[in-house]
Design a protein around this ligand. Structure first.
Ligand code: UFG
Length: 342
């Protein structure tokens, strides 16, 4: 099958492209390289550098490449940044998806797997969170994804040929088991990479953003899920896609770890002491997020291969040690690009 992967040069997208190719799919990647890395894209995929908002070019590519299904990763995904600078999140994520859906319509492609987020739940009363839990985001990133979820429901309602599966990721972590692909963000805001960069001596300490949350040790709890397990869920979703399908699934392990537990586990994996400093909470951060994964396990037969935080961090540590400067790309990691609407 020929699959269009948007954001295929990004962290999760590039891992997924590799898995799609390994099971025999033909893959076409589009990415604007604002945050992704050309080097991360498999040489076996065709690559087009363009923005999701370029509807006409997108349509031409979908037609000429004979795209059959879409996996849509491309998005800005920093919670803190979205609070400070919301408009690029709505432009890139929400309007960008509208443009993609129009291009799909113009080229008669009607099936899509969409990367949604646990950020759509906001502060949930139930942990672990089920797919039926109320969705009330507390940051613009979460809203930008929730709006897309509604747009997809409306498309499915109006067109019997349209089918989608939305995957709500919890905290994606780790790198490929064979060390071929990794995690390289600029700016880097994620907890595990910051801990590993500290262990490598590239930063002096890890900042803990809030120790007054209503959790046992006062730091936020997140459900960390290995990137290869996320990709496996995409492959299952792709196979389950058909006209009229309209479903959302959580992907997480079902339990979380506090920020302090992540720091301690990273110390065990790396054998290095990680100095910490405490700062106030980061606006937009919910105290606890953990996924119920019963639905995807039952309906798609998904089960995670990585169930230990230590093993997840180990895969990331292996890549960080072999790539201390990430992909060293000219396009993504060497300079932070300006966001649309800046
Ligand atoms: N944190 C720190 N110090 C850091 C970095 C993070 O204390 O240096 C804390 C955060 O405040 C948060 C936790 O560690 O409580 C995890 O933060 P990350 O930045 O690693 O991940 P987020 O939970 O903010 O974000 C991730 C994804 C988003 C997704 C979100 C859902 O990056 O795409 O989970 O909440 F939407």
């Amino acid at each position: 099958m020929t699959i269009l992967v948007t954001g295929g040069a990004g962290y999760i997208g590039s891992h997924c492209v590799q898995q799609l190719i390994s099971v025999g799919h033909k893959v076409c990647v589009i990415d604007n390289l604002s945050r992704g890395h050309r080097e991360a894209v498999s040489p076996q995929a065709s690559f087009f550098q363009l923005d999701l908002l370029e509807t006409e070019r997108l349509t031409e590519i979908m037609k000429s490449q004979r795209i059959e299904k879409v996996i849509h990763f491309a998005a800005l995904a920093y919670v803190g940044e979205s609070v400070k600078n919301p408009l690029p999140y709505y432009t890139n994520n929400t309007a960008g998806t509208l443009s993609l859906l129009r291009a799909m319509q113009h080229s008669q492609v009607s099936q899509i797997v969409f990367s949604s987020s646990c950020a759509t739940y906001g502060i949930s009363a139930n942990v672990p969170v089920t797919e039926e839990s109320p969705q009330s985001p507390i940051n613009p990133y979460g809203w930008s994804k929730l709006f897309i979820e509604q747009i997809l429901r409306d498309c499915a309602h109006s067109d019997p040929n349209f089918g989608f599966i939305g995957l709500r990721y919890f905290n994606v972590a780790g790198c490929t088991h064979d060390g071929s692909l990794g995690e390289d963000h600029m700016p880097e805001t994620h907890l595990i990479p910051n801990c590993l960069n500290t262990a490598l001596g590239q930063q002096s300490q890890v900042t803990i953003l809030g120790d007054d949350y209503p959790t046992e040790d006062g730091t936020c709890i997140r459900d960390y899920i290995h990137v290869e397990d996320i990709c496996a869920a995409h492959l299952l979703a792709l196979n389950a896609l058909e006209p009229n399908i309209n479903r959302f699934y959580n992907i997480g392990l079902g339990h979380g770890y506090s920020v302090l537990e992540v720091v301690k586990t990273t110390e065990q994996v790396t054998g290095s002491k990680i100095p910490i400093e405490y700062r106030p909470r980061r606006p937009g951060d919910p105290p606890i997020l953990a996924a119920s994964n019963e639905k995807i396990s039952k309906e798609l037969g998904w089960s995670p291969k990585y169930t230990s935080l230590k093993d997840i961090i180990q895969t990331a540590w292996d890549w960080f040690q072999s790539h201390p400067h990430g992909y060293q790309t000219q396009t993504g990691s060497s300079s932070e690009k300006k966001l649309k609407d800046d």
